[in-house]
Every structure is written in structure tokens, then in C-alpha cells.
Design a protein around this ligand. Sequence first.
Ligand code: F6R
Length: 365
Amino acid sequence: DKGNYRHFMAKEIHEQPEVVGRTLAHYVNCTAGRVELPIDLPFDFKDLKRISISACGTAYLAGLISKYWFERLARIPVEIDVASEFRYREAPMEPGELALFVSQSGETADTLASLRYASAEGQHVLSVVNVPTSTMARESDVIASTLAGVEVGVASTKAFTCQLTVLLALAIAAGRARGTLSAEDEKTIVDALIGVPGLMSEAIKREHQIEILAREVSKAKDVLYLGRGTSYPLALEGALKLKEISYIHAEGYAAGELKHGPIALIDEAMPVIVIAPHDSVFEKTVSNMQEVAARGGRIILITDEKGALEAGLDTMATIVMPMAHPIVAPIVHAVPIQLLAYHTAVFMGKDVDQPRNLAKSVTVE
Ligand code: F6R
């Protein structure tokens, strides 16, 4: 049931404050301001030398954001690959380490094959899944459920932000276990996470501005997305969302890679969407933006209140998010990139819930 929405995708974008709130309440003790995992882990984070993550598509990009979190908060090296590569790479794995899988459906063929490989290599297998009765859930040593509810739209939205929520809770738990995250810092991040549903509701209020902007984006043949740090995987996710439902060619790049090639593409015809909350790499991203502006590129900046004040650049548009702690900012900044892809595709008359050539659950290689 789509309720009052035109598409499941719209409904699922709007549901995010609620389902992210439900998911985080499952992993966090809100009064104590600390993570309390609802599962028993068959390993101790403090014994791990490495985590290997594999997944596909949007779930892979959630995993890529969590790499930054696990490394920063828990100081654990993280290796990550798309499952279709990982499964055939014959990656050497030391027994007793952690292999982490992320999947909405829990049925994706490549992710499942990777899971079986890791299991045979003596890894502890932990899966972040949305369908608790899925094959991956059954074959894992332990699952961390996302409580996104049924996701109908082929383009993943609420499952993605719930995956991020669970992965952040795991990274915080890992940081505590390894003594790399103080109780005080844990409380700061957990409090910030508890604030995320409210900030997502704020983010959704930019929908009208984004809808108008989508008309401009719909004229483009190519769109470039740029970001640094955790905004880099978000740039990849923005490009993925746009191409799968609007069929506009889009690419995501690490902002610092711009000068190593893609800068050659910049002209007035290609919108450049820059995702840059005011975090520790903000200044660096701004200088990449200046390089785009100097070549006549048209910039759509997605930032926060502080970033909007400090960017000091002429943009085609600036979409201003509420301030969020830098660790949780990617969960909030996911909302405008979803809305932009959605409204661009709707404006172009595309079938956003059933894009051509795509299936909700990819059970073949
Ligand atoms: C993109 C999208 C796909 C899935 C991918 C993995 O919007 O939905 O890229 O994320 O097919 O699917 P799951 O998470 O079911 O393993």
C-alpha cells in the first residue's frame, strides 16, 4: 500500500525518520547514551585483526561508509569489496577473523556466495540483513537486523539508512570493546545518532526546493557527484540512484580524484553535485569545488548550515541540511540525494518503482 504517495520509493524515503528511529532504538540504550547490541557475538571485537566486508550495490556503499567508522572509532583495518569480485578473488583469510555482509534481501547471489567462501575460510560470519528469514540470515553465525520493514521500491532507500544505523552501532560497540572509544565519546555519538530521525525529518523539508532543482538535472546527459571521506561513498550512491531510476548517466568520484581525470569533463552542460557537510575535510572539498567553478561547471552543493556560510562560492543551488555530528552526517545527507534522484526520474516520467532491466532481488549472478 502506497498510502498517500505516488510511488513506493517516495513513501519509503518519507518513512526513514520512523524506521531509522526504530532500528536505532533496537541497538542503543537511549537513556544511558550507549550502544547495547541485542545479539550475542560469537567473537570479541578486541581479538580481531581485520574485518572483511562484502556486498553489492547500495548495500556495498553502506559497507564502504562503515569502513570509515570501523577504522576511525575502533581502529580495525577493514577490507571491502563488491561481492561479485570478492567471491572469485581467492582472497587469503586468516581463520577467526570477522567477515561482514550487508544485504537488504539476504538473497543476493554474489553476496551469498561470498558468505559461503568466508565461512569455509573459517571466518566468523555476521550479516546485516533486512529480511530475517532470508538465506543469508540462515547461513550466518549471527545477524544484525535492520528494521526497515518491507522495501518495495527497487531503488533501495530506507534499507540503506537503516544499514548505516546498524553498522554505526556495531562500529561503536567495536570501539568500546577495543578501548579506542571513551565512554564520553560514545555518549556524544550515540546522542547524535538518537537525533538523526529528527534531522532526517528536517532534511525532508527541503523536498520542494529539490523538486524544482530536479527539472534542471533532468536536462543533463551526464551528472558528476563528488565527496570526500564518508561523503565519497554517498557520492557513489547518489550517482547509482540517479542512473538506475532516471537513466541519466552519472558518476561518483572521490573529490580529490577530480584532477586525475574527470575534470576534463567539466562544462556548463554537466551538473556537478558536491556533498560536503562541514567536517574535517570540508576545506579540501571546497578547493575541489573551486576547480569546478573555475572551469564553468555548475555546482549543486549539498552541505549543512555552517558549510553553506563558509563555502563562499557561487553555486547553481545549495541544499542546506541541518547540522549533524560529522559521524552521523552521512545518514542525514543520504536524504537529499535520494530525493533528487526520485524527483528527476518522476519529472522525466520514468517508472521509479520498477526501473527497466532491474529486479528487487538479484538471485542470479
Ligand atoms: C540500488 C539497489 C541495488 C541493491 C543490490 C543489493 O538502489 O537497490 O544496488 O542494493 O542489488 O541488494 P541486497 O541489499 O538485497 O543484497
